[in-house]
Design a protein around this ligand. Structure first.
Ligand code: SAM
Length: 284
């Protein structure tokens, strides 16, 4: 375990644009997923909170970023996602990592994260060293952002070219109460499969819904505590590059547009250039 890294509270995980981080390492089709974890963030978390040969699991793995990065770092990894199109893309990304000589093995299963103990191989339950996940939040976790005609109007819909009928357990499409209950069920399942002392690393950021500021990182930490985890650390993972004291965001057009629109409407919104990282631990 790399102690200085663990103690650092800010991760320089945005030195390169996500496009550059993914180039040649992920299939082009992967761009279709609207809420991917930056590969450098995943790699930093895996390096800090697991060792070579450990088993890493992502119960909501999307196109498999955490699985692929774990494989390249010599860990064995298993991903789960409830939407078959993302699972197919994760399979392709895992195959690519294997073809590129990744030292670890990777696999992915289609299912509900709440059933994690049943989805993992028998020997893996109670032996997982690290669970790394970015839970979905709001429509942006599952929707394609569409512009509509009219001056500067922007909206998100739940439609997606790949996912016509979302899985009934899809957490991105629930209201706040069902999301909270679903998240708790997922974290209880994570607790069951982690080995004693194993780490749970969750990423997320506050967001606005219907004008309200939702403290997703706070909700992740509080739910982990209720589910029996010890809170271990909290980090800030930069999505902007940091050079010579200057922060340079790699924002998308839509991200900037959204922040400006909220500011015009009177909300004190800024362009968000970081993810919060909540680290919890299954007690020994
Ligand atoms: C924020 S995305 C994670 C993206 C992933 N880290 C990546 O880099 O591609 C959240 C994912 O959780 C999945 N998901 C939502 N509810 C789920 C559930 N109940 N069980 C399994 N996966 C779920 C969604 O389909 C989505 O792909």
């Amino acid at each position: 375990m790399n102690a200085p890294r663990q103690l650092a509270s800010i991760w320089a995980s945005g030195q390169q644009h996500q496009r550059t981080q993914r180039a040649g390492r992920y299939t082009k089709a992967s761009t279709e997923h609207p809420a991917k974890m930056p590969p450098a963030l995943a790699a930093h978390a895996i390096a800090a909170y697991s060792r070579r040969g450990d088993l890493v699991v992502d119960p909501m793995c999307g196109i498999g970023t955490s699985v692929v990065e774990a494989m390249h770092l010599g860990r064995d990894a298993i991903g789960v996602d409830c939407e078959p199109p993302w699972v197919d893309m994760a399979v392709d990304n895992i195959d690519l990592a294997t073809a590129q000589g990744a030292a670890g093995t990777g696999s992915v299963r289609c299912g509900d994260a709440r059933d994690l103990p049943d989805l993992l191989p028998l020997g893996a339950v109670g032996d997982v060293a690290l669970i790394l996940a970015s839970p979905p939040y709001g429509l942006y976790g599952h929707a394609r952002v569409r512009t509509y005609t009219g001056p500067g109007r922007l909206a998100a819909t739940s439609e997606h070219p790949f996912i016509h009928r979302p899985h009934p357990g899809q957490l991105a499409l629930t209201g706040p109460d069902r999301f909270a209950a679903g998240l708790a069920e997922v974290l209880l399942a994570c607790h069951e499969v982690l080995r004693p002392g194993g780490f749970l690393v969750l990423t997320g950021r506050p967001y606005r819904a219907a004008g309200l500021l939702i403290d997703l990182p706070g909700e992740l930490a509080a739910t982990a505590a209720v589910c029996g985890f010890d809170l271990h650390a909290r980090h800030v993972a930069l999505l902007a590059s940091w050079n010579d004291g200057v922060l340079r965001p790699h924002h998308s057009f839509f991200g900037l547009h959204h922040a400006r629109r909220l500011a015009r409407m009177g909300f004190p919104a800024h362009l968000c250039v970081h993810e919060d990282v909540i680290v919890a631990r299954r007690p020994r």
